[in-house]
Design a binder for this molecule. Sequence first.
Ligand code: 26Q
Length: 794
Amino acid sequence: MEGVNNKMTREELKKDILRYLKVKYGKENIDNAKDFEVFNAVSMALLENIVHDWNTTTKLYNKEKNAYYFSAEYLMGRALGNNLISLGLYDEVKEVLKEFNIDINKIEEIEEDAGLGNGGLGRLAACFMDSAASMEVPLMGYGIRYSNGLFNQKFQNGFQVEDADNWLKYGDPWSIRKTDEEVVINFKDEKVKAIPYDTPIIGYKSKNINTLRLWKCEPVVEFDFNLFNDQKYDEALEEKNRAEDISRVLYPNDSNEEGKLLRLKQQYFLVSASLQDIIRTHKKMWNNDLLNFSVMHSVQLNDTHPVLAIPELIRILVDEEGMDFNKALEISKGVFGYTNHTILAEALEKWDVELIRKLFPRILEIIENIDSIFVKELEEKGYSEEAIEEFRIINDDLVRMANLAIYVSFAVNGVAKLHTDILKNTELHNWYELYPEKFQNKTNGITPRRWLRLCNQELSALITELLGSEDWVKDLSKLKELEKYANDEKILKKFMDIKHIKKSELAEYIKEKEGIEIDPDSLFDIQIKRLHEYKRQLLNGLYILDLYYRLKENPNMNIPKVTFIFGAKAFPGYERAKAIVKFINEIAKLINNDEEVNKKMKVVFVQNYRVSYAEKLFPAADISKQISTAGKEASGTGNMKFMLNGTPTFGTYDGANVEIVRESKDENNFIFGLRVEDIEKIKDDYDPEKYYESEEALKRVINTLIDGTFDDGETGMFEDLYNSLLKEGDQYFLLADFHGFREEEDKVFKAYQDKLLWAKKCFLNTCNAGIFSSDRTIMEYSNDIWGIKPCKNK
Ligand code: 26Q
């Protein structure tokens, strides 16, 4: 077959699939096999064929400097389709399955998403894994193999209800359990085992196969035999359950709600296992010498969640390897880089000193030591006592994880230009003055494999045809060369025909999954992301309701037929976010059931938004809604996925939106609302009431929260939303931005009517998206932070 990694023939692949069906499921005839059985058999047959390249890559990397991504989250999504693309075997396997009378789509669709993350930060980690392998750089991912990923979401009567995510129910054919590489983790009163599960990250058309190593927690002793014999079954299993709890479930939260014991145990479990693993290999390679540790390894901390790695590395070096404390600290200062993903104050992690003492007293001791060394340094530099307070790692009996990270790390980075500037100028300004050399920007990116080549095969084929090769998949800057077709009507038509195909496919899928019919000829205006007040789904909802009332008043209003689509999960304990879900579902019900209006507009809130749903939504969008309060969205990466698939951004001047419009030009996007500097100016005497009183349209829609227009099942949740806007100061400036939003959306409607000009806007977005490849981002991290370089597995 044509795949780069293997010289497998079609007949061999068929034989392998049939063999796995036989030994795994006892089926001698593929016609009797269930979809999940075929999925597993195909996956195992492919895995079998890459094991050799995987092992040689690992060996090769061991001799070089490596970087490690430490992340509590990896939002991987499905593996099969992506791996087939990387192996260059997608069409071949499609054919093979067809010969068995099986539709490859059905086999892809049976795969559960690996949803081991909440949102952007977890998906970024997944994109980075893909890019590092494709760029052939020695980056390994370390994380936790949660038995349950992010919860599943359903709507019942418009309310969000959650369900456990059992992603392993059909098995996990893309991972290998490496029992022989387990390590022991010591808590103060508990000892557990960490078992690595390795997943191959296949470089695109490359023989480099990187590794994502996820740890599962298991007990040291399976169960207490004597207690079991005495029929004390629960007690006999107590230790096992306590251990397994550690890797049982991903915390569904994207702000630090409150210190949770189990979450802290998870964090320590992750970093202790990973560092022990790295040090074990290092000692083997370097004859037990650890003095060159920082020469050979860089560890990137994905936000503060893995920051306990800092004291843990020092603990291992000092307590287990007999190194001097100051030397261990010095080495650590050459190992860690820290990425900040948020400026929301409530998301900055702080852990109670007593909690840390209770779980791992030695780690607390080490943190205290670091803190006092740091204080001495500041005193010597002449900082006042008051100034030192702000930098302290321990303050008020709380350990501030970001402070620990910034002090020890040699590099601190933000995730988009605006975000890094805010860190430097305001949020972390004092740190920036202290260590200007540490601060860097690394604008996020997305992998073009999953977010174009896989999810939009039609557009990929067109691009390949126009560019004459598939090189763009590995070098996305090549898209710029397409600009010469921006006035070519024939090409633009092909481009928009593809958009129409993707819209029809989405409409079909939504019909099947949500039971709602939408028109692929309508404008698809899409907002998909985690539910958060700062992301302002509520503003979008209020706007849509306003449009509905305007249409009722004026049925002949000149707007194109429009479909508003939402996708978002609300953290289960975040009541306001759940209220917003319910409110938008109520708006959708009102509009979709109104025969006068539903021929002009519809609203769909899709259930259980996740990576695999996203792959259907991004290619089908006409408008990408990115409307966060300026200054609050660190970067955003969904915005880039829309852009790459040819969708103009409708948004505020925030996060990476700023760079998106810089690349694809103002006239191809729709930017509205307050900017960071405007908010700075008005925030001290901002009065939402003023906007409410002076704009009838706004008043009308806000009043629906309290006048009985909508039913919140007597929860009072709509009134709470009302209060958040009018009684609690409208923290996120919805009212101030309503008017600008409305005017900008009117501009969209107008622009959409000119089909040719619209097509050009979309096309130019694709042409200029090259810079947002995570390949570019990964090379920047490699060059500017990690000091690692590509090494090709030949
Ligand atoms: C922290 C403590 C306790 C429990 C949970 C958490 C927690 C979990 C997840 C805190 C934050 C997160 C996730 C944050 C996140 O996804 N941030 C997003 O990161 C993206 C990648 O850089 C950016 O593009 C987004 O702008 C940013 O919101």
